[in-house]
Design a binder for this molecule. Structure first.
Ligand SMILES: [Zn+2]
Length: 70
């Protein structure tokens, strides 16, 4: 099940939201200011087909920079 990341447009707080369905309406609420105005954010380290790694900047130099598959 996907967890989307949102950025509060009021105070720019990043928070994650558990979404059951892509079409389901998500009730956003900033944990800091309580504002419902959030914009979906894209993870900086999220790449297509990439594995999710947590915490830390690793030295990734194995994957080719210009490889396009499908
Ligand atoms: Zn906020």
């Amino acid at each position: 099940m996907p967890i989307y990341e949102y950025v509060c447009q009021e105070c720019e707080t990043r928070y994650e939201k558990f979404v059951r369905s892509r079409t389901a309406k998500v009730e956003l609420k900033c944990p800091t200011c309580g504002s419902p105005h959030g914009e979906k954010a894209f993870s900086a380290f999220s790449t297509r087909g990439g594995s999710s790694s947590s915490a830390g900047l690793g030295s990734v130099s194995t994957a080719p920079a210009c490889g396009s598959f499908g």
